[in-house]
Design a binder for this molecule. Structure first.
Ligand SMILES: NC(=O)c1ccc[n+]([C@@H]2O[C@H](COP(=O)([O-])OP(=O)(O)OC[C@H]3O[C@@H](n4cnc5c(N)ncnc54)[C@H](O)[C@@H]3O)[C@@H](O)[C@H]2O)c1
Length: 432
């Protein structure tokens, strides 16, 4: 089948590469000339495990093509995925201008029947809006199907290839049947396609992210309670996670959630509720707890060193919002670094893959170094912000020897308090 993807970021590029891998001829379009130039030169513009070889193979086999030309992309295929960004506006509302611009362009360039698939995360009613915008510009028959994406950065290729479910929202049976065929290679074990109306599909995506984020904030509140009453949040996590009605995912206390999805999607859901006169209190509380949580390491640092940090040096391990990605959108590290700098401290940071992003964001305001030990020399404390595997069992003796003061601020509870205290460190965890 011929397939077009409009928007070649995390979602679009992964979708395009995976669909090419199953034999389709995929054209990935993006308006970002620099991104497409990089892709044409065989370079992946962001870090995503397993993506580079997949792209390379399918490009060399002629199944994956990149373009900035929207007209030829629209005319390339009868199935057009829309995977452009839907960033938040200042009031939290999802900015649909890229989706709407794409819909108008699709309408203007269609030269035959087509199925338009909205993969971007969009508020309820967007599929209908896309339909209107396209039909204003074309007389060719077309269907719009809402197909929200659930992949996780850091495991995106795996998630696309082995999805928990694929949701198709719409009532055009021919279009649904065509998408069933396209997704069939990823459903070999069992059919996990759920068909529903477009509004339910659109809301499912927001509801799923809201549920996961709520679990994180809930656990962070339990961890905060522990600080007062004395208990171990990790024991509590195991205790509740082992209940099969609860499960263990997304219950890790930490420095709060970030990334391109949770914060923006919860804000958009809250805004959607407001538009319809409903105050989504759980969502509001989840975001509020997270806002405080992102500053927790900063508060710990101030508890140890006082309010003003002039002349102090802090080392950060981890910049990405989670392991497996170089994405720093809404990452807790941003707030922590800004807070430390604002209080007069010097910041040095490392990350296995996100140094370039860190450089784009902070320039020379902080020291960035791939060597996680070099940045510890003479530093007053070490803050663990992203739980990359390589930070799990570091050489603590060496760390102690390098730090001016042996203090560890473990924002992800990856180190054992007992172990590090026995080695002479002062240890701050999250609820442990
Ligand atoms: N990143 C994730 O983990 C994830 C997971 C599920 C769903 N989503 C959703 O998928 C959508 C895309 O997210 P992403 O993380 O891939 O974003 P991204 O910013 O990485 O990619 C979006 C791409 O769209 C391009 N674009 C914007 N306007 C365009 C236009 N008019 N024409 C052509 N290209 C255009 C941008 O240049 C960019 O390359 C968002 O709605 C997001 O919420 C993201």
């Amino acid at each position: 089948m011929r397939v077009t993807i409009i928007g070649s970021g995390y979602v679009g590029l992964v979708s395009g590469a995976c669909l090419a891998e199953t034999g389709n001829i995929v054209m990935c379009m993006d308006k970002d000339v620099e991104k497409i130039t990089l892709l044409k030169a065989g370079k992946i513009p962001f870090h995503e495990p397993g993506l580079a070889p997949l792209v390379e193979k399918n490009v060399s086999d002629g199944r994956l093509i990149f373009t900035t030309d929207l007209r030829s992309a629209v005319r390339h295929a009868p199935v057009i995925f829309v995977a452009v960004g839907t960033p938040p506006r200042s009031n939290g509302e999802a900015d649909l201008s890229a989706v709407e611009e794409t819909a108008r362009a699709i309408g203007a360039h269609l030269d035959g029947p087509a199925v338009i698939v909205t993969k971007s995360t969009v508020p309820v009613g967007t599929a209908g809006r896309v339909k209107t915008l396209i039909s204003d510009k074309t007389t060719h028959p077309f269907a719009v199907i809402a197909n929200p994406e659930f992949l996780k950065e850091g495991a995106a290729v795996h998630d696309f290839m082995s999805p928990d479910r694929v949701i198709l929202g719409g009532d055009d049976s021919e279009a649904i049947s065509l998408l069933r065929t396209l997704y069939a290679p990823f459903m070999r074990r069992e059919d996990r396609i759920l068909v529903m109306d477009a509004a339910s599909a659109e809301l499912t995506k927001y509801a799923a992210n809201a549920m996961l984020a709520t679990r994180v904030s809930f656990m962070n509140e339990i961890a905060a309670l522990r600080e007062i009453i004395g208990a171990n949040a990790e024991h509590v996590r195991h205790g509740i996670g082992s209940d099969s009605r609860i499960g263990s995912s997304f219950l890790f206390p930490g420095t709060g959630f970030g990334g391109s999805c949770f914060p923006k999607d919860l804000a958009a859901l809250l805004h959607l509720g407001e538009r319809y006169g409903i105050d989504l209190r759980t969502i509001r509380a989840t975001l509020e707890v997270n806002r405080t949580q992102k500053r927790i390491l900063l508060h710990r640092v101030q508890r140890e060193f006082g309010e003003y940090l002039d002349g102090k040096i802090f080392a950060l391990w981890g910049l990405a919002f989670k392991p497996g990605t170089d994405d720093m959108r809404e990452a807790p590290a941003l707030e922590i670094i800004d807070g430390l700098l604002a209080r007069g401290a010097e910041v040095r940071a490392t990350d296995p893959v996100a140094l370039e992003r860190g450089r784009e964001l902070f320039g020379h305001r902080i020291v960035l170094d791939r060597d996680s030990y070099r940045i510890l020399e003479g530093a007053d404390g070490l803050l663990l912000v992203t739980e990359w595997n390589e930070y799990r069992f570091p050489d603590f003796e060496r760390i102690r020897g390098l730090l001016r003061k042996p203090v560890l601020f473990d924002g992800r509870n990856i180190w054992s308090r007992r172990l590090v205290e026995s080695l002479g460190f002062t240890y701050y965890g999250i609820g442990v």
